[in-house]
Write a protein that binds this ligand. Sequence first.
Ligand code: GDP
Ligand code: MG
Length: 452
Amino acid sequence: MVQLPAQPIGPTIFALASAPGRAGVAVIRVSGEGASRVLDYMAGPRPPARRASGRFIRHPESGEKLDHGVVLWFPGPKSFTGEDVAELHLHGGRAVVQAVLGALAIMPGLRMAEPGEFARRAFEAGKLDLAEVEGLADLIDAETEGQRRQALAQASGALSDLYDGWRASLIEALGLIEAGLDFADEGDIGAKTFTDATAVIKVMAQAVTHHLEDGHRGEILRDGFRVALTGPPNAGKSSLLNALARRDVAIVSDEAGTTRDVIEVRLDLGGVPVIVSDTAGFRETQGAVEREGMRRSQAAAEAADLVLWLTDASAPQTVLPPELAAVADRTLLVLNKVDLLSDGAAPALPDDMVPLSVKTGSGVDDLMKRLAVIAHERIGHHAEPALTQVRHRNLVEGCRAALQAFLDGSPDEVELRAEDLRRAADALGRITGRVDVEDVLDHIFGRFCIGK
Ligand SMILES: Nc1nc2c(ncn2[C@@H]2O[C@H](COP(=O)(O)OP(=O)(O)O)[C@@H](O)[C@H]2O)c(=O)[nH]1
Ligand SMILES: [Mg+2]
């Protein structure tokens, strides 16, 4: 039996960093002062820094071999969390992982990590700012190419650089104004510095407005481009959803009013996540449940970035019901069941209507392409990083409002104008976490899984 060190050590956390379950390789991460002891007692001799080394992983007390794996040693501060970090790369069997986690738990001063605790330590050590942490969480959640690119850019500091740049200019302008205050007796100098600061703020206010008026492209890419399938009952909405999903997700029936709940499928259209929702058909009805279904359809259409109005070619209804009046400008008309039309019998229809037959499959690919084009147009391809979430949008709005207050306010009340600039800088600082953000931390880090 090995005698484990008795002296207390700083709080050290450990967790499985790879996905739980059977796998080729599993990675356990340890962060904190106790990481070196883990290597010394369980995988000694401690390997050179940042060099993968093969070792037996042993029980710290009995010395029993638990696995043979690869271990890594990242002495702080050059590590993900800024603390001493050890990584144990094991065979990814459940019993192996359990045995090693169990052994770590008996090491003094070690405990299982909470969700997001590694990332939180990285944030607290100044390794990542808050926008980068959020980018990292998005990168882990990314399901399409577009999402991956956007999240990687954010995790690498693209948004932070933008906001920090603005914040630095604000602080500079604030400095100018405050310097002007000191020369209050010499009126000319004060007025000159105020004019200089105003010029800077004007340009920045324009850039901030441009950033906000981006058509929500970053948020749509992060959360998915929403498409609502609407139309009269029996037009084939549920059939089309199944065709798009390439599996049976919705009940198809020739009994009108079958679909009541909103059913969603996620598609990857050229790197853009597209969420298509099937809804209840619009028609006159007495049924309370069906009316509720139609209310949900209307809500889904209003929340959608694009609405498809699907109608049956043998009895086309090309006039939208009043419930959809508000979304008419983002509605695409789709004519289904063209297989039922005999040659030459096509009714006169709007030019931009997309014809298809879910039954024969003709036109379905064209519709997919059309959706991809529309979604890509909305998101576009831009060099500048985009806002990706409401938290950022609200703070950037707050910054803009403060800049506007500065520009609208009286230049004679210099202290108040300085306060406007301070508020604008604070709003930006809260995005990256440079300014106190204690209130949002639990929420942001709680999004991670354990081990990140
Ligand atoms: N002939 C023909 N029938 C279709 C087509 N698409 C759907 N249907 C049929 O139309 C009926 C209603 O379909 P469903 O998807 O439940 O319509 P929903 O009420 O709009 O969801 C079902 O019997 C489907 O098999 C099509 O392209 N051609
Ligand atoms: Mg249906």
